[in-house]
Design a protein around this ligand. Sequence first.
Ligand SMILES: [Zn+2]
Ligand SMILES: [Zn+2]
Ligand SMILES: [Zn+2]
Ligand SMILES: [Zn+2]
Ligand SMILES: [Zn+2]
Ligand SMILES: [Zn+2]
Length: 196
Amino acid sequence: MRLWCLFKHDWSDWRRNPNPPCEKSRYCKREGCDKTKTVDDHDWGQWHYKSPASCLQHRKCGRCHKTETGVTLHEWENWRYVALDSCWQTRKCQRCGKRKKFEQPHNWGEWEFTIPHSCMQERLCQKCGEQQKRNKHIWGTWEQASPESCRVIRFCRRCEERDVGGFIHTWHDAPESKGTPDSLLECSKCGYFEDN
Ligand SMILES: [Zn+2]
Ligand SMILES: [Zn+2]
Ligand SMILES: [Zn+2]
Ligand SMILES: [Zn+2]
Ligand SMILES: [Zn+2]
Ligand SMILES: [Zn+2]
């Protein structure tokens, strides 16, 4: 290989090989460099459907008759609802018969309480009748669980469900630690303490 060929070969024109018929080659014209390059060179026809019932595209080489498969191109009908009272839509490919289904967003009615003294709510899709449920409590304010406890709880005003929260302590400096460098915080109500 010549020095110049490290950077760029001095390529000949492409020439089609006699066999196989759909290859072409070029070679470096510099003396002492035997570099050649061979690539496929088909005479591709237009992309077209492989058969009437298939949505696969293919094309064929006019010289060697090799075929190549391309993309799938469906001929979709318009979306339509599966039934009048359904939220599902479907469509069909007119060529190959493939179907697609898609669920449209439901047309939800309002949330409603359905059982007395229960916080269960229900809503219905006004088109297909699908049902959804949830719990919707109406919480009262946090209050102390008992006079000696700093734990807070709250109740649902509708179903009286109990929700247990955290602690709300009333901190003050512990008397024994007063005047020492390590102050100690103590709850004046329940006696719980913490190193500060
Ligand atoms: Zn070369
Ligand atoms: Zn070919
Ligand atoms: Zn199709
Ligand atoms: Zn629906
Ligand atoms: Zn409730
Ligand atoms: Zn406390």
